[in-house]
Ligand binder design. Structure first.
Ligand code: HEC
Length: 479
C-alpha cells in the first residue's frame, strides 16, 4: 500500500530531496526559529479562527450574544472549549504580532535583508501589514464597548489620509457611522480577504527563502558561508521544539485566563475612553505627541517610517552583515526599538481608565476595573429568549433608568446601569408575569416618565420580560 502511494505521489522522495539535501550555513541557531514560531501561531490562529467563525454571527444585534453563548455553552466534557478557543485566538493575536516583530528585528540586526534577499524582506513587510490588519479588523468583531469605540477612532484616523481621507473613512465604515455595514466589511476582510492575502504573500516569502536559502551569520554579502548540519533533522528539530513550546505556552494561557469582554457596545455612551489593542498603543500615543499637527502623527510619521523600513534593503547597500561592523545601522535599529517600546509603554501608562479612577477615588476604581474585566452578564442556564432579552435591554437602554444587579460567571454581583428617580429597579418590578411586563413596556401607565416601546415587536417585548423576570428570580433566590 505504501509502495503504491509512494510510486504514485513520490512524497517521501520529494521530502528527502527537499529537506535532507539542504545544508544551511554553519552557525544557524535558535535565533533562526522565530519565523517558525510565528508560523506556528499562524496555524493556531487559523484553527481557532475557524472554530470561532462557526459560532459567531456578524450582526450588530447578535455578535455580542453569540460570543457570550460561545463562551458559556460550548463545553466538552466539562472543559470550557468555547472560552478556551476565544482566549487562544485572543492571546494568539498578540503572540503573532510579537513573533513577527521579533523575526523582523532578527533579520534587521543580522543584516539578512541584504542582497539577494531584498524581495524576501519586502514580502515580510507585506506579512507584517497583513498581521496588523488582522488585529485591527478582529478587534471590532465582539461588538463590545472597546471594539466599537476603538474602531470609531481607528476609522477616524484613516480619514487623515491626504486627498482621499474622507473616502477611505467612508469605505471602511460603509457609511457615516460605525454600524452594521462596518461590521460586515470588517468581518469579510478578517475572514476572507486577509487570509487569502496572508497565504499568497506567505507563499512568495517561502518561495524566496527556498530560492536564496538563509543568510550565513556574520558573513558579508556574497559570502554564503560553509554548509553546516543538514536542515533535516538538525534545524527541523529546533523548529519542532520551538513550535511545541509556543503552542504549549499559548494553550496554558488560554485555559488559565479568559479573553476580556466589555459590556455590549453603546454608541451613545459619551464617557467612554477608547483604547486600541496594545500593539497599536504606540501609534495611538504618537497622536498625543503631535498635538499641533494632527496629520503628522496620524499619517505622515507612520507612513514615512513604514516606507523607509520597506525600502531598507535598497537604501542600505553596505556589504557587511555583522551588527558590530554596521555601527550606524545597529545604533539606528536600537533607537527605533527604544522609541517604539517607549511609545507603547507611555500608551499603557496613559490608561484613561486609571486616570478616572485616581481622580474619582475608590468607587470609580471599581467601576474602571469592571469596565475592563470580563463581565459576563448572565449565567449558563439562561435560555435563548432571556439572552435576546439581555441584548434588547442594553440596546433600548432600559438600564439608563432602571439599574439592576446580575451575577457574573464567577458568582460576583455586578450592578448595571444608572437609576432614574421614581423608576423601580429592573430586578424589582411589580409586574410579575411575562405578559404584564411586556404590556407595560408597550403601554406604560398614563403620565409616567417611562417611554413607550410600542415600536418594538411583541416577541422582543416578551424576550425583555423573560430576561427581567429571570433577574428578579435570581435576586430572590437564596444564596
Ligand atoms: C426614561 C427612563 C426610562 C426608560 C428608558 C425605561 N423606563 Fe421603565 N420606567 C420608568 C419609570 C420612571 C417607571 C415608573 C413609572 C411610574 O410608576 O410612573 C418605569 C416603570 C417600568 C415598569 C413598571 C414597573 C413595575 O413595577 O411593574 C416596567 C415593567 C418597566 N418600566 C420596564 C422597562 C423596560 C423593559 C425598559 C426598556 C425597554 C424601560 N422600562 C425603559 C422609566 C424608564
Amino acid at each position: 500500500m505504501l509502495d503504491f502511494l509512494e510510486d504514485r505521489l513520490g512524497l517521501v522522495t520529494a521530502f528527502r530531496s527537499s529537506m535532507s539535501q539542504k545544508h544551511p550555513p554553519r552557525g544557524i541557531g535558535y535565533l533562526r526559529t522565530i519565523g517558525f514560531a510565528a508560523l506556528t501561531v499562524m496555524l493556531l490562529q487559523f484553527l481557532s479562527g475557524i472554530a470561532l467563525a462557526v459560532h459567531y454571527v456578524p450582526t450588530t444585534e447578535l455578535a455580542y450574544p453569540s460570543i457570550l453563548a460561545l463562551e458559556q455553552d460550548l463545553t466538552f466534557h466539562g472543559f470550557a472549549f468555547g472560552s478556551f478557543t476565544r482566549a487562544l485566538h485572543h492571546f494568539g493575536a498578540s503572540a503573532f504580532v510579537i513573533f513577527v516583530v521579533l523575526h523582523m528585528m532578527r533579520v534587521y540586526f543580522t543584516g539578512a535583508y541584504k542582497q539577494p534577499r531584498e524581495l524576501t524582506w519586502l514580502s515580510g513587510i507585506g506579512l507584517f501589514l497583513i498581521v496588523m490588519g488582522f488585529g485591527f479588523t478582529g478587534y471590532l468583531l465582539p461588538w463590545d464597548q472597546k471594539a466599537y469605540f476603538a474602531t470609531k477612532v481607528g476609522t477616524e484616523i484613516a480619514s487623515d489620509t491626504p486627498l482621499i481621507g474622507a473616502q477611505v473613512k467612508e469605505i471602511m465604515r460603509g457609511g457615516t457611522e460605525v454600524a452594521q455595514p462596518t461590521l460586515t466589511r470588517f468581518y469579510i476582510i478578517h475572514v476572507v480577504l486577509l487570509p487569502i492575502a496572508l497565504l499568497g504573500v506567505l507563499g512568495a516569502h517561502f518561495y524566496l527563502i527556498q530560492r536564496h536559502g538563509v543568510s550565513a551569520p556574520g558573513r558579508p554579502v556574497g559570502d554564503e558561508g560553509e554548509p553546516g548540519a543538514p536542515y533535516f533533522p538538525d534545524h527541523t528539530f529546533k523548529e519542532a521544539l520551538v513550535g511545541v513550546l509556543v503552542s504549549g505556552a499559548l494553550f496554558y494561557m488560554s485555559s488559565a485566563y479568559r479573553a476580556p469582554l466589555e459590556p455590549l457596545a453603546d454608541p451613545s455612551d459619551t464617557s467612554y475612553h477608547p483604547r486600541p489593542d496594545w500593539y497599536f498603543l504606540g501609534l495611538f500615543q504618537l497622536l498625543k505627541v503631535f498635538t499641533t499637527s494632527r496629520q503628522l502623527g496620524t499619517f505622515w510619521v507612520p507612513a514615512g517610517f513604514m516606507t523607509l523600513v520597506a525600502l531598507l534593503p535598497f537604501l542600505d547597500r553596505g556589504k557587511e552583515r555583522h551588527w558590530a561592523r554596521r555601527k550606524l545601522a545597529t545604533a539606528l535599529g536600537v533607537l527605533v526599538c527604544l522609541v517604539v517600546a517607549g511609545l507603547t509603554i507611555a500608551g499603557f501608562r496613559d490608561d484613561p481608565h486609571k486616570h478616572d479612577a485616581e481622580a474619582a477615588g475608590e468607587g470609580a476604581k471599581k467601576a474602571a476595573a469592571k469596565s475592563l474585566g470580563p463581565v459576563i452578564p448572565y449565567p449558563l442556564e439562561f435560555t435563548d429568549m432571556e439572552r435576546r432579552g439581555y441584548a434588547l435591554v442594553r440596546r433600548l437602554k432600559c438600564h439608563g433608568c432602571h439599574s439592576y444587579v446580575s451575577k457574573s460567571a464567577d458568582g460576583k454581583q455586578v450592578t448595571h446601569g444608572t437609576q432614574h428617580d421614581g423608576a423601580p429597579r429592573l430586578d424589582e418590578f411589580e409586574s410579575d408575569t411575562l405578559k404584564a411586563v411586556a404590556d407595560y413596556v408597550r403601554q406604560p401607565e398614563e403620565g409616567s416618565e417611562m417611554p413607550s416601546f410600542s415600536n418594538v415587536t411583541e416577541q422582543d417585548r416578551l424576550a425583555i420580560a423573560a430576561y427581567v423576570l429571570r433577574l428578579t428570580r435570581q435576586k430572590k433566590a437564596p444564596k
